[in-house]
Design a protein. Structure first.
Length: 452
């Protein structure tokens, strides 16, 4: 049909993308397990949604949810002044900025996905590469592609170097590979705390990455969306869980008093939002912070009508952030519950002999199920397939087969390492930010399926 084949080149390219993994995600959230309403539904311990504080959050939100005539009208597309002032106060109280963030240095958009899309569109040209260390949240690939028509250049950083300055050699090699292909890069994304490992970067590592970006005139998008979900470290007198773990305090780039010695500050943009630290994924409220680049703020303001949030969300969030006593209570409660679940779940992993990367922050743990995958694959060989003799013979197709089987037959959704561009098959990300009973039952149901 003519209408189906005459869309724009961008639309045609986007619709040809393999979205099979996203379809499994949609299946998991559309067919949720419920003890009475849907007992054969899918238990979800894979999506990074925090459900540990729903009762307290719903009580608060319902107490301040009052729709007024102002909510029925248009408003400032970059966020009302009240909302942006509330965000600035949050940043100044919790991110330890070396200079107070001002409300007019914040632009509010409909989620952090939108921030990445917006910043890529504002800083890059079609066909540019965006540097990002792997493993990484695969959603970034669509974030930089769908509108900006850019792509992620994977920087393969080994787990044991993710917090070290030695990782710079991998960035340098990735940039050189692009140059040999005649491809330009203008943006680097750095996730701190890191997704999916839950590590906090060392100050020295971040500084070295900023120096690298400055040498190569790259914008740096600092994704600090898990900044207030740090649950292990110096504050709790924690010790490393193994010989290779390094515990570092999270330090926002906003707190770097020596920033202008590391990089032209106008190249640095910070992203944060409500989805993770405030357990409000569905509100779709995120923001970019640019204290050092007025042109970025102006450019974001021009296109903000394409990104702005509803008046109701703006009003509710303004009231929520305006209650500083509640914010303090809620963030402390959230961290306490994340820590409790982390302690219990890692004890389960050690009891079952499952290797994992110790985490400090976020909603998840990165676990190594390669031995389980080998056993599962050999018990579920397809016609004509030969048994694998070791984990080195496993493929990412094997991993995806077990992942899909766990969803459709085992009725449990976890996150496959393939969807984080893991370095080798067998890694999975398990979400710990769900009530403990659900996490415990869901994980054991998952293990029962993959070991059957």
């Amino acid at each position: 049909m003519t209408g189906e084949n005459s869309l724009s080149k961008v639309a045609m390219k986007n619709t040809e993308t393999d979205n099979s993994a996203f379809k499994e995600f949609v299946k998991a959230i559309s067919d949720k397990y419920h003890a009475t309403k849907n007992p054969n539904g899918i238990r979800n311990i894979g999506v990074a949604v925090n459900r540990l504080n729903e009762k307290e959050l719903l009580e608060k939100l319902n107490s301040i949810n009052q729709i007024t005539e102002d909510n029925l009208d248009y408003a400032d597309a970059t966020g009302t002044s009240g909302l942006r002032e509330g965000i600035a106060k949050l940043l100044n109280r919790y991110f330890n900025p070396c200079k107070d963030v001002l409300a007019n240095q914040v632009v509010v958009v409909n989620g952090c996905t939108a921030v990445v899309d917006l910043i890529t569109t504002l800083t890059c040209d079609p066909g540019n590469a965006v540097l990002l260390s792997s493993p990484y949240y695969v959603g970034f690939e669509n974030d930089v592609k769908i509108r900006a028509n850019c792509f992620i250049q994977k920087v393969k950083v080994p787990h044991d170097e993710l917090q070290e300055i030695s990782q710079i050699k991998y960035y340098e090699q990735a940039l050189e590979d692009l140059r040999l292909q005649g491809i330009q890069s203008k943006l680097l994304i750095l996730c701190n705390p890191h997704n999916p490992t839950g590590m906090c970067y060392s100050r020295k590592a971040v500084e070295e990455i900023l120096r690298f970006a400055n040498r190569n005139k790259l914008y740096v998008l600092m994704d600090e969306i898990y900044a207030l979900s740090v649950f292990r470290g110096e504050k709790w007198n924690d010790l490393p869980e193994n010989e290779s773990e390094r515990l570092y305090n999270f330090e926002s780039v906003l707190s770097f008093e020596n920033l202008n010695e590391l990089i032209d500050p106008s190249l640095v943009i910070v992203v944060h939002g409500l989805s993770k630290d405030f357990c409000l994924n569905g509100f779709r409220v995120g923001w970019l912070v640019s204290p050092w680049n007025q042109r970025i703020l102006d450019a974001a303001g021009v296109v903000s009508p394409m990104y702005y949030i509803s008046g109701i969300a703006d009003s509710i969030v303004s009231k929520l952030l305006g209650d500083e006593e509640y914010v303090d209570y809620f963030l402390n409660l959230n961290v306490s519950r994340l820590r409790d679940n982390y302690i219990k779940f890692t004890a389960t992993l050690r009891e079952k002999g499952i290797p994992y990367i110790p985490a400090q922050a976020g909603h998840f743990i990165w676990i190594d199920l390669s031995k389980h995958l080998l056993q599962w694959r050999n018990k579920n060989l397809k016609d004509g397939e030969v048994a694998r003799n070791s984990t080195t013979e496993l493929t990412f197709d094997d991993e995806l087969d077990m992942w899909r089987g766990a969803i459709n037959e085992g009725r449990v959704y976890v996150s496959s390492g393939t969807n984080f561009r893991a370095h080798e098959p067998g890694w999975y990300r398990i979400t710990i930010s769900v009530p403990w009973d659900e996490l415990d039952v869901g994980f054991n149901q998952f293990l029962k399926y993959i070991t059957k």
